[in-house]
Design a protein around this ligand. Structure first.
Ligand code: FAD
Length: 504
């Protein structure tokens, strides 16, 4: 048994190794974290800190006396990856993994690879998106270790880290794929506005549609006298209370292109907050210097638009309250371009159920930890990248795709994965089969099984992460978490209470 005191938490794996090397079960370890939980936080109260250190040690000794040896599980790793979604994110991570000599199955629901990038032409930094994307597509198709399924959809998935099985229906044929890891790169979609005459008047378009017209050299757009852009269409409202992040840069990008084509064009950007974050701020200044006019509007006082005739010419009259003039102004525009929101893929719910993944409140996939595990899902062996995570610029997508591939490769480079012994177990005699534990488990580790004694909960130790959520929900105390049993925790509390009484 090892009781470690006054040591940083990150030494825990080292202590476990020490125990293993000494032939002692590694779960005979208890740490009294006197450094982080005591001396650092109470550096100005030495007397009290000394007292607390004694308490912590007493509590640790109490728990240590109840610790039990536990067995870890070793699983073989299938050295193949599944990448879901063949946009820039999916293709980048698939190539990165295949270049390290692992087989990759790339599953794309469309008939072509590329995703939203197929409709993009340039970025604010000047990247030729079509060139970049076509080069990626070529490399993916030519790679001997990448197998692409088109018009494909997942019909079922099961398994756990190192050993997943996914069924993919591609063009009528269902294929069973064994893989050790999966990367979710299903991207996002452009919102189809119902506001500002979109879909009713051809002169109203989205920023992405405007980009397409600019790229094809549309003469009518190039020679327009006035163009109005309206930001935050379909988001930052009650239905979608988030910022789509890339629309401000996209507006600036199109405005600069239009000014390059026709410096005389009057361009107005009606915005709520200009969020050209990072170095894109420079382009915002450039647009302003080129004469693009910015007018702020409030969420409860939105611009209005109507199709009218002015001196016999059809125009789109946009009215908006100018906060500097303090009154409503009317702009007669030839064209109106809308910053349509970026919305989560309609498939996210289904995918989250197949792989037991968590979605954030906005419907995008949620990472395990925003700082410590930014491309991991909470369930091991599953990773995310690109806009399936949240709306992000192309460069951010590419970097994140490399990150996700790197994390997947750390698993694929091992022959086995070791699963913790600190998992939950069910006492079938006490279990009443109510299912409270199964519905509490976010890892899908508990299922109800029919036995001679009726329905009983069964824990899959490979999927269980030992979070203990099920323990708190069980009405009969049938489910317990090994290494953190009620007896162990209670023994610590018992040792803490006399100390608390002494203080008061
Ligand atoms: C409207 C809009 C404008 C943008 N403008 C800019 C810009 O100006 N500058 C910039 O830098 N970035 C811009 N971006 C962001 C840039 O396009 C993205 O960062 C990048 O293209 C995202 O790639 P992705 O692979 O994550 O997603 P996507 O391109 O959406 O690709 C996802 C792929 O997954 C597939 N898929 C979805 N569901 C499934 C499923 N269930 N099974 C199998 N396949 C599935 C889709 O068919 C698609 O091919 C814009 C994005 C949008 C939406």
């Amino acid at each position: 048994m090892l009781i470690a005191a006054c040591t940083p938490l990150n030494l825990e794996p080292t202590f476990r190794d020490t125990l293993r090397e000494a032939g002692i079960n590694q779960y005979f370890l208890e740490m009294a974290n006197i450094r982080e939980h005591n001396s650092w936080v109470h550096s100005k109260e030495p007397e009290e800190a000394t007292q607390k250190a004694k308490d912590l040690v007493r509590m640790s000794v109490a728990r240590a006396s109840l610790l039990e040896p536990l067995q870890e599980i070793e699983l073989p790793v299938t050295k193949t990856a599944l990448v879901l979604g063949g946009g820039i994110a999916g293709m980048t991570s698939a190539l990165s993994i295949a270049n390290q000599r692992h087989e990759v199955y790339l599953v794309e629901k469309d008939s072509e690879l590329g995703g939203i990038a197929r409709r993009m032409h340039y970025t604010l930094e000047g990247m030729d998106v079509q060139d970049y994307m076509n080069d990626l597509v070529r490399k993916v198709y030519r790679h001997p270790l990448i197998s692409v399924s088109h018009n494909a959809a997942i019909t079922d998935a099961s398994g756990y880290v190192g050993n997943f099985k996914t069924w993919v229906n591609s063009e009528g044929r269902v294929r069973e794929i064994d893989h050790g890891v999966a990367i979710i790169a299903t991207g996002a979609e452009e919102y189809k506005p119902t506001e500002y005459l979109y879909g009713e008047d051809d002169r109203v378009m989205t920023h992405l549609e405007l980009e397409g017209k600019i790229a094809e050299g549309n003469e009518e757009i190039a020679n327009a006298e006035t163009l109005v852009m309206i930001q935050c269409v379909g988001c930052r409202n009650e239905e979608r209370n988030y910022c789509s992040r890339l629309c401000c840069s996209q507006a600036i990008k199109n405005a600069i292109k239009l000014k390059e084509m026709n410096p005389e064009m009057e361009i107005y950007i009606l915005f709520r907050d200009m969020r050209t974050y990072g170095l894109h701020e420079d382009y915002y200044r450039e647009a302003a210097n080129r004469g693009v006019k910015f007018i702020r509007y409030e969420a409860d006082d939105q611009p209005e638009i109507e199709a009218v005739e002015e001196e016999g010419q059809p125009v789109l009259r946009v009215t908006v309250t100018d906060p500097i003039l303090g009154e409503r102004v009317a702009i007669d525009a030839n064209y109106v371009s809308l910053a349509a929101a970026v919305i989560p893929s309609s498939d996210n719910n289904e995918i989250s159920q197949f792989f037991k993944l968590t979605l954030g409140p906005d419907g995008f996939f949620k990472e395990a930890h925003v700082k410590l595990r930014p491309v991991d899902f909470a369930a091991e062996g599953l990773f995310l990248c690109g806009m399936s995570h949240y709306p992000k610029h192309m460069q951010e997508t590419i970097r994140q795709a490399y990150g996700a591939a790197g994390r997947a490769l750390t698993l694929l480079s091992h022959d086995i994965v070791t699963v913790s012994g600190a998992v939950c177990q069910v006492d079938e005699k006490k279990c009443i089969g109510c299912g409270a534990c199964a519905s509490a488990c976010t890892y899908g580790a508990i299922e109800l099984r029919e036995t001679k004694q009726g329905k009983k909960a069964l824990v899959n130790p490979v999927l269980c992460k030992g979070c203990g959520l099920c323990n708190t929900k069980c009405p009969t105390g049938a489910i317990s978490l090994k290494h953190f049993t009620n007896e162990e925790i209670s023994s610590q509390i018992d040792m803490a209470f006399p100390a608390l009484e002494a203080v008061s």
